[in-house]
Design a protein around this ligand. Structure first.
Ligand SMILES: *[C@@H]1O[C@H](CO)[C@@H](O)[C@H](O)[C@H]1NC(C)=O
Ligand SMILES: *[C@@H]1O[C@H](CO)[C@@H](O)[C@H](O)[C@H]1NC(C)=O
Ligand SMILES: *[C@@H]1O[C@H](CO)[C@@H](O)[C@H](O)[C@H]1NC(C)=O
Ligand SMILES: *[C@@H]1O[C@H](CO)[C@@H](O)[C@H](O)[C@H]1NC(C)=O
Ligand SMILES: *[C@@H]1O[C@H](CO)[C@@H](O)[C@H](O)[C@H]1NC(C)=O
Ligand SMILES: *[C@@H]1O[C@H](CO)[C@@H](O)[C@H](O)[C@H]1NC(C)=O
Ligand SMILES: *[C@@H]1O[C@H](CO)[C@@H](O)[C@H](O)[C@H]1NC(C)=O
Ligand SMILES: *[C@@H]1O[C@H](CO)[C@@H](O)[C@H](O)[C@H]1NC(C)=O
Ligand SMILES: *[C@@H]1O[C@H](CO)[C@@H](O)[C@H](O)[C@H]1NC(C)=O
Ligand SMILES: *[C@@H]1O[C@H](CO)[C@@H](O)[C@H](O)[C@H]1NC(C)=O
Length: 550
């Protein structure tokens, strides 16, 4: 030990010598980049607007928000910028001396927030490019920002039930904590992005420009504009537009990027909406075992809260379905209207159970516990690999539309920046297809009780969730071409995911090694069987996203 210390001394002495460098002759000179390239404009013939594409899905508007008078507090920008300008009450049992970050317990209804890499075991990693590496290409897959509830979600069903109760003889009477319910109305629309949702995607675009803008120089050099993709649903079109507005500015985005709108509707191949061509994804014993597990969990998780609230209402029987709906109203009203009176009905433990409810739902519907997640994510997996290897995707057995992906106009293979917008279920399907086992490393989630797990819904599928894949040139590594995966700012370890990768503190692995493993993964995902086969799956298993064989 002592000998080792002594041996270090000369090194330390050397380090103390100040390394003096002479200033470069370029110091103080002006440098600049020029994007967009001269005489380019968007190709509105090849990339028509939403009004031409059609298939916007449901577009139900809600009431105009009025948080300036409905909220109990003003939304100051305190540095918690992931939720500005939303306001939420603390859970009712939070001591006045402490704080509970309620926004992190809303599963897929949480505003996205930065997750530390240490949550997945990389204690020293950061999304900043490691020393001696330079970024040469970036791939972004991102979810739309906050939206109204989807068609048929629990909140509107709850509204219908309480409305029905008022139509019965005697109606209902609520008091105490539930007093506000006596005058409450349902103010939400359906499916559309909310104002806060627009902000989330705009902000993501601003951040992306700041972080990766340098890669636009590649387009300038080539004299072409980027192609970014989205789906035809109204909120998806608006998501891509808000992202582009943040990235390129208003009104510049209208003429600096081609936005490709791929039709999302039943029967149409679309890697961004694979459930439209994968029948098993919609079957209870296959694609939605997570929903079943979550509902069963909720039946036992909220008994104390049900009893407490039932004591404050006559003429209406509160069930666990109502509790989940009221928790969702807390999230949805806040995300849409800026404030919700429902949040303070609940305790910290209620919110922890609510988050776990979503974790169960997503782990078993779209994560490792799903038999049909990898198949649904296979389309994006194939597209990523096609871009990595610059190989046109002219055939596929998955949700890929090979007519589009075989075309260099619609599916360019030489971009330095890719940005695709999608849904949270598809993003998680994709992570599952990518075999990113680090996300699920603590094994299948128990369905009967809440536990801590490496998988958490608000960390993987929140509003604005995004996966970034960095392709790097690292001078002192062999080979020099490396890559890594970043999910909501957490760098993910990939040494267990891809054969041939070893543990690396920055989450790096050789590009060719990862691509070879992903090609193997593509080959092993049996889209036809997983999406169309006759099998039964159940929650509680780690299927690594693939259907069981009997
Ligand atoms: C980066 O390169 C320099 C010069 O070759 C070397 O001294 C340094 O250790 C490298 N840093 C890392 C983190 O590898
Ligand atoms: C309305 O409430 C009554 C009394 O509880 C019930 O019998 C009826 O099924 C309800 N109707 C609807 C449409 O939920
Ligand atoms: C593929 O996309 C083209 C162009 O949008 C469309 O006409 C075609 O119907 C799609 N094919 C399938 C199988 O969805
Ligand atoms: C919660 O209540 C339900 C319905 O009354 C009951 O079946 C269940 O056993 C209770 N669970 C717990 C953990 O108390
Ligand atoms: C659409 O997907 C199916 C597989 O689900 C595939 O057989 C077909 O070739 C695809 N069509 C196109 C145009 O990509
Ligand atoms: C990609 O290749 C096409 C066809 O060769 C070319 O027109 C385009 O400028 C290239 N784009 C980039 C970003 O290099
Ligand atoms: C973008 O340009 C940089 C600098 O010339 C280069 O190192 C990088 O390889 C280019 N990226 C792509 C995807 O061509
Ligand atoms: C989960 O982890 C947190 C923080 O480490 C701890 O406070 C909590 O008790 C754990 N919960 C369970 C159910 O293990
Ligand atoms: C996926 O991950 C598992 C678990 O680490 C590993 O055993 C398997 O080899 C990986 N699959 C591929 C195709 O790399
Ligand atoms: C699926 O398999 C089950 C169990 O083997 C069988 O009862 C059922 O008839 C099959 N359904 C179809 C559509 O083949």
């Amino acid at each position: 030990m002592r000998a080792a210390l002594l041996a270090l001394l000369p090194v330390l002495a050397q380090a103390a010598v100040v390394d003096k460098r002479t200033a470069s002759v370029n110091v103080g000179s002006t440098t600049a980049d020029v994007f967009p390239p001269a005489s380019t404009s968007v190709n509105s013939q090849a990339f028509p607007a939403e009004s031409v594409v059609g298939y916007p899905g449901l577009t139900v508007t809600g009431v105009e928000p009025a948080a300036i008078q409905t909220a109990t507090a003003y939304a100051y920008n305190s540095g918690q910028s992931n939720s500005y300008p939303l306001v939420a009450d603390e859970p009712q049992d939070t001591p006045s001396t402490s704080k509970f970050d309620i926004f992190k317990y809303w599963g897929n209804l949480s505003p996205w927030y930065s997750v530390p890499s240490s949550d997945y075991g990389l204690n020293d990693a950061s999304p900043v490019i490691p020393e001696n590496c330079t970024i040469t290409q970036v791939h972004l897959l991102y979810r739309h920002g906050a939206r109204y509830p989807t068609d048929g979600a629990p909140p509107s069903a709850f509204a219908a039930r309480v409305h029905n109760a008022t139509q019965q003889k005697g109606g209902f009477t609520a008091w105490g904590e539930l007093d506000f319910l006596n005058t409450w109305t349902y103010k939400l629309g359906a499916e559309l992005l909310t104002p806060f949702g627009r902000l989330q995607n705009f902000e993501l675009g601003v951040a992306f420009r700041q972080q990766y803008g340098e890669l636009l120089n590649n387009f300038t050099e080539a004299g072409t504009l980027p192609v970014f993709r989205t789906e035809s649903q109204d909120r998806m079109v608006k998501t891509a537009n808000n992202f582009a507005a943040g990235m390129f500015g208003v009104p510049e985005y209208l003429d600096q990027v081609n936005i490709e709108i791929v039709v999302e509707t039943n029967g149409h191949n679309n890697s961004g909406a694979p459930y439209e061509t994968c029948p098993n994804s919609n079957i209870a014993s296959r694609g939605s075992i997570g929903s079943t597990a979550a509902t069963a969990f909720a039946k036992n998780a909220f008994n104390g809260t049900i009893a407490r609230l039932q004591n404050q209402i006559d003429g209406y029987t509160i069930t666990s379905t109502d509790i989940v709906a009221m928790l969702q109203l807390c999230s949805y009203e806040t995300d849409s209207l800026g404030y919700s009176a429902f949040c303070k009905l609940f305790t910290q433990e209620d919110f922890e159970n609510y988050e776990y409810y979503f974790s169960l739902s997503f782990y078993y519907n779209n994560g490792a516990g799903s038999p049909v997640a990898a198949a649904q994510g296979k389309g994006y997996l194939e597209e990523f690999v096609a871009r990595f290897t610059q190989t046109p995707l002219t055939t596929s057995d998955s949700s890929v539309n090979a007519t589009l992906d075989g075309s260099s106009t619609y599916f360019p293979l030489n971009q330095s920046i890719y940005a695709d917008a999608t849904h949270e279920v598809v993003l998680l399907d994709t992570l599952t297809a990518f075999n990113l086992t680090g996300l699920f490393s603590t094994g299948p989630l128990p369905t009967d009780k809440r536990t801590n797990s490496s998988f958490s819904a608000s960390k993987t599928v929140p509003f604005g969730t995004h996966m970034v894949v960095q392709i790097l040139e690292c001078a002192d590594m062999t080979p020099t071409k490396q890559m890594r995966f970043i999910i909501n700012d957490a760098v993910i370890p990939i040494d267990q995911s891809y054969e041939g990768c070893s543990w690396n503190k920055d989450g790096l692995c050789a590009f060719d090694t990862v691509v070879a493993a992903l090609q193997k993964r593509i080959a092993e995902i049996d889209y036809n069987y997983d999406c169309f086969g006759n099998y039964t799956a159940s929650p509680g298993m780690d299927y690594n996203g693939r259907a069981p064989r009997s």
